[in-house]
Structure formats: structure tokens, C-alpha cells
Design a protein around this ligand. Structure first.
Ligand SMILES: Nc1ncnc2c1ncn2[C@@H]1O[C@H](COP(=O)(O)OP(=O)(O)OP(=O)(O)O)[C@@H](O)[C@H]1O
Length: 256
């Protein structure tokens, strides 16, 4: 299987005037092309730190990351980032917001713009292309953020709790849409979430981190019957509940 991402012996120490914090230590994992991996673990175990390192936003104190065989040493269009907040510009239309990533990378050709319109259509947003963000619901705005992220055709999508600000029903709908879209486009994804159900329903594999310092504690491979179902239906399978209980017990029934 082709490797899309390698994280090799990554350690991050944050140094401030008051203290040095060992945020993550000796993190090693790889993600295959087209694989969907979730990172879960207690607050402060270094999930966002790891995503920021993989995105090239911060340089690790030690270790290396590669995406599509190239060492990450700064932000690049090979990596797309989707966050809890949509960060749409209120004064730009939906179409113009969706084109932002391409505009910033100086890549907004006629064909690429056509691609954005196609993505908006796939997300059921084409009829809203001339609207402004304030005229859309939270779920629709997150779909625009997804279009903006996919428009630059990244090799890897980093998803940092992109559904946590949405109501439960919208969150379930968006989970299905994201999984179906990423599978159809054979995209590689790394999701950070506090929601164990979301991680099981969406992923091929879950990496559990321990805090102080952040280290890999355990990995769970998601059984095929769950992987083959869309997240909403996966939640109904008996194997889903067994896995949920197992991971829940790993956390001692505490917050993930
Ligand atoms: N810029 C920074 N400067 C100093 N310390 C930091 C910085 N960013 C994170 N940390 C520390 O590094 C550790 C890991 O933080 P990080 O935000 O990566 O964890 P997390 O697992 O994403 O947390 P949460 O689930 O609460 O979002 C924490 O102890 C945090 O206080």
C-alpha cells in the first residue's frame, strides 16, 4: 500500500518565559494513501500540536514528517486544513470564499474555478454561490469550508474537530458527506476529535494518545463491516458498540 504520510520520531517542546512544555514525544506513525485515521486522547495530549506540525505550521523540535514523499518544512497546498470554525470572510460571496485557497496559492485558473463550481454542486451549494456566509446555516458554511479545502486538490486533509460546533443532526449529515466525498476522491485524511463515536464511524484506524507528554498509547483498526458503512449506518452495527465500549474503557470512562 502506498504511504501518504510518515511521522517519524516527532517531539515538540514549547518554550515560554515561564516554562518548557514537552507537548508530544517520540511520535511515530504512517498513513496509507486513501486511509482515514483519527487521533483521539484527553485534552492537552498534543493532537492539535501534531496537526500543526504535519501542516507545516510549526517545526517540530525533533523528528520529521513527510507528505507524498516530501519532507514538510512549511505550509503547502499538498495539505488542506479544516477547523472547527469555518473562517469564511463575511464580505465575500460563497463562490469567492470557496475560491480563496486557490487565490492565495495563485492558482485560480478558469478550469479550477469550474472545479469549484462543480464541488459546490456536489455539496448542494450551487444555488447559494452568490449568497454571503451570514445567509447560510452552520452546516452549509462548513460545507463551503470543505469545498475551499478540496479546491486546491490537497493530498492530505487535516480535520481538527470540524463538526464540534454543529448541532447533532447536522453533524451526522456532514460526517456522511465528508466520508463519501473523501472516499470517492481517494483522499487521505487525519481527523482530530473528542467524539469516540465519530472516530469509529468515520475512520479506518484510530490512534489513541496519552497526555504528559503526548505519546501513542494504542491503535485500533476499525472492522471492515463498519468501514464499509456510511457513518450514520455504522452506528447501528453491533460491532460498533463493542468497539465503543473498549475504547471508552481505555479512557477509564473519562472524556476523550
Ligand atoms: N503555543 C504554545 N505554547 C506553549 N504551550 C503550548 C502551546 N500550544 C500547546 N501547548 C501545550 O502543549 C500541550 C499540547 O497541547 P495541544 O493543544 O496540542 O493539545 P490537544 O490534545 O490538541 O488539546 P485539546 O484537546 O484541549 O485541544 C498542552 O500542554 C498545551 O498547554
Amino acid at each position: 500500500m502506498e504511504t501518504a504520510v510518515t511521522v517519524k520520531d516527532v517531539t515538540q517542546v514549547y518554550v515560554t518565559e515561564e516554562r518548557a512544555t514537552l507537548a508530544v514525544q517520540g511520535i511515530d506513525f504512517a498513513i496509507a494513501r486513501g486511509e482515514f485515521v483519527s487521533l483521539i486522547g484527553p485534552s492537552g495530549c498534543g493532537k492539535t500540536t501534531l496537526l500543526s506540525i504535519i501542516a507545516g505550521l510549526i517545526r517540530p523540535t525533533a523528528g520529521t514528517v513527510t507528505v507524498a514523499g516530501k519532507i514538510v518544512n512549511g505550509p503547502s497546498t499538498r495539505v488542506g486544513y479544516m477547523l472547527q470554525q469555518d473562517y469564511l470572510f463575511p464580505w465575500r460571496t460563497i463562490e469567492d470564499n470557496a475560491c480563496m485557497g486557490l487565490e492565495i496559492s495563485g492558482d485560480l485558473t478558469k478550469e479550477k474555478k469550474q472545479g469549484v463550481l462543480h464541488l459546490l454542486e456536489e455539496m448542494g451549494l450551487l444555488g447559494f454561490k452568490d449568497y454571503y456566509p451570514s445567509q447560510l446555516s452552520g452546516g452549509m458554511r462548513q460545507r463551503v469550508a470543505l469545498v475551499r479545502t478540496l479546491a486546491t486538490e490537497p493530498e492530505l486533509l487535516l480535520l481538527d474537530e470540524p463538526f464540534s460546533a454543529l448541532d447533532y443532526q447536522t453533524k451526522l449529515q456532514l460526517e456522511d458527506l465528508v466520508v463519501e466525498t473523501l472516499q470517492a476522491k481517494q483522499k487521505t485524511a487525519l481527523l482530530v476529535t473528542h467524539d469516540i463515536s465519530e472516530a469509529i464511524a468515520m475512520s479506518d484506524r484510530i490512534i489513541v494518545l496519552d497526555p504528559n507528554p503526548g505519546r501513542i498509547r494504542e491503535e485500533f483498526l476499525i472492522p471492515e463491516e463498519i468501514r464499509k458503512s456510511v457513518p450514520f449506518e455504522a452506528r447501528e452495527l453491533p460491532g460498533f458498540h463493542a468497539l465503543f465500549r473498549m475504547i471508552w474503557q481505555e479512557f477509564g470512562g473519562h472524556e476523550a
